[in-house]
Ligand binder design. Structure first.
Ligand SMILES: [Zn+2]
Length: 155
């Protein structure tokens, strides 16, 4: 990863947190209108799935469980290069983690999975600065926003 790419990711996370804080006094439905009008950046849209927007006990289908099920393909290796830009030297059992952090609304879905060794999984934690912040890395976002909208309407 180039320094420019690292800086872009950090700036994206900064924009995300800024919008998350700035929108605390705004109604979710008002944000939804802006989202549907195409007036939001990817960073802003990602705040729409933050768990704070759903009443306690309501969860979207992809957040019903936190643990990723299924086998880790044996051709996978630690994806430290995608997050930090260097290849992993640890020969450790791989774990599946949420690329976009679970604590911020990231779904337990293969589109949001990253394979990391135990060391790099602990190092990643909930860090949203490590998200690539591209449409491709957040394929799940539009579907998750629709689920939040549906649950809020049904509540
Ligand atoms: Zn690793």
């Amino acid at each position: 990863m180039t320094p420019a790419e690292a800086a872009r990711r950090i700036e994206s996370a900064h924009q995300y947190f800024q919008f998350l804080m700035d929108s605390t006094s705004v109604a979710w439905t008002d944000l939804e209108v802006r989202y549907r009008a195409g007036e939001m950046t990817l960073q802003q849209a990602a705040t729409l799935v933050h768990p704070r927007w759903l009443p306690d006990g309501l969860v979207t289908p992809d957040r019903a469980t936190r643990a990723f099920g299924g086998q880790i393909p044996n051709y996978e290796s630690c994806q430290s290069d995608e997050l930090w830009g260097y290849n992993c030297a640890f020969e450790r059992q791989l774990e599946t983690d949420h690329l976009f952090p679970w604590s911020l609304g990231g779904p337990t879905h293969p589109e949001n999975a990253v394979y990391l060794c135990a060391n790099h999984n602990r190092a990643k934690g909930h860090d949203v600065h490590l998200v690539p912040w591209t449409e491709a890395s957040m394929n799940w976002l539009a579907r998750e926003i629709e689920e939040v909208a549906r649950l809020r309407r049904a509540y």
